[in-house]
Design a binder for this molecule. Structure first.
Ligand code: NAD
Ligand code: UD1
Length: 340
């Protein structure tokens, strides 16, 4: 019999790519999403790509009654918990919204899991939990906390909640995945990253400049202690990241208790390198200017991803050039994102 996976936030950027992997690998998928940062059109696109329309509930995960219905209606093997708000800047403006939405939804989810005897969860954490690290690359054993914005605080807090429960409940299996910087899109060009308003993140900004929606990219600082002076990040193709979730589900079969994995490539790429890779891969020009640093940016952030390889067989398949090609393919085919 097919195993059922509840995917919270399954219509979002990473969630939708993961849903494809799940369906293509024989899982039954149930999605819950409030649509606070996604569009219902994603469900149609998922059906076009996979030939299967996943069961969908439009609830906020904080809605206990709604979540009760889902857990009563389905025999869930594991939850993959993507649902959450993710804008660092917005979290500084509206901290309470971030605590309520991200931590509040996780509390309800964990309560329902306990009531219904569901022991398995994969949680979307972030490299942001490492705060202001002293050295690179980042290992799972490095200290977390010491973070400077409410978004990051919610990720640290939820990791702590999962740790606390697993201390008291040996049957509980939380797989914590700390993502580095996801970019790229499904090869079909039917789904991809569709931020509201002006993008905060680098790749969607680049693609919107490429498509003519924005006039020019601002590069935030070229005086960092890095080879070309611009910041270095570990960009990972979203389909590789999605594949990591499949491996996490396989890991859950071993009833591993609490485990933590970095999901990155282990390779750092600078802002200028990414811009150049995009221009070369796609033969488009990206006009840019160097401006001042963005407050709070780390000069470098990249993973040591050996643990995910050793313990789950996680290996990335796609290069930066693949990511640039796929991000552009998505944006070009959907200049207005999911708003046709
Ligand atoms: P996204 O905004 O595209 O997807 C999140 C989805 O969750 C959206 O569809 C949104 O509508 C939904 N959602 C939010 N709050 C909800 C709630 N209370 N109830 C129901 N649905 C809710 O973001 P994403 O990039 O796909 O990120 C997925 C997860 O991964 C998030 O938890 C994010 O913090 C984490 N993460 C993302 C990145 C990144 O760069 N994209 C990096 C590290 C970690
Ligand atoms: C952001 C989030 C971080 C989150 C991560 C992955 C912030 C401050 N941090 O970080 O919490 O975990 O995404 O989702 O938002 N850049 C430009 N011009 C732009 C946009 C970005 O030069 O218009 C530069 C940035 O200065 C940075 C790099 O590009 O050096 C990557 O930026 P971004 O995509 O926002 O990712 P992070 O900084 O890693």
């Amino acid at each position: 019999m097919k195993k059922t996976i509840l995917v919270t936030g399954g219509l979002g950027y990473i969630g939708s790519h993961t849903v494809i992997e799940l369906i293509e690998n024989g899982y039954e998928v149930v999605i819950v999403d409030s649509l606070v940062n996604s569009k219902l059109e994603v469900l149609n696109r998922l059906e076009t790509i996979t030939g299967v329309r996943p069961t969908f509930y439009e609830y906020d995960v904080r809605d206990e009654e709604g979540m009760e219905k889902i857990f009563s209606n389905h025999d869930i093997f594991a939850v993959i918990h993507f649902a959450g708000l993710k804008s660092v800047g917005e979290s500084v403006q509206k901290p309470q919204l971030y605590y309520d939405n991200n931590i509040g939804s996780t509390e309800v989810l964990l309560k329902k899991m306990k009531e219904h005897g569901v022991h398995n969860i994969v949680f979307s954490s972030s490299a942001t939990v490492y705060g202001q690290p002293e050295r690179m690359p980042l290992y799972e054993t490095d200290p977390i906390g010491n973070v400077t914005n409410p978004y990051a605080e919610t990720k640290v807090k939820i990791e702590e909640m999962l740790e606390e429960i697993s201390k008291n409940d040996p049957e509980f299996n939380p797989v914590i995945l700390r993502y580095f910087n996801p970019i790229g899109a499904h090869k079909s060009g039917l789904i991809g990253e569709d931020p509201n308003g002006i993008p905060n993140n680098l790749m969607p900004y680049i693609t919107q400049v490429a498509v003519g929606k924005l006039p020019m990219l601002s590069v935030f600082g070229n005086d960092y202690p890095t080879p070309d002076g611009t910041c270095i990040r570990d960009y990972i193709h979203v389909v590789d990241l999605a594949h990591g979730h499949l491996l996490a589900l396989k890991k859950l079969e071993e009833k591993p208790g609490r485990v933590i994995y970095n999901l990155g490539t282990g390779v750092g790429t600078s802002v200028l390198e990414l811009i150049n890779a995009f221009m070369e891969a796609n033969h488009v020009n990206i006009p840019y200017k160097i401006v001042g640093r963005r407050p709070g940016d780390l000069p470098q952030s990249y993973a040591n991803a050996d643990k995910a390889f050793r313990e789950m067989g996680f290996k990335t398949k796609y290069t930066i050039v693949d990511s640039c090609r796929d991000s552009w393919n998505w944006q070009k085919k959907n200049p207005k994102g999911f708003d046709k």
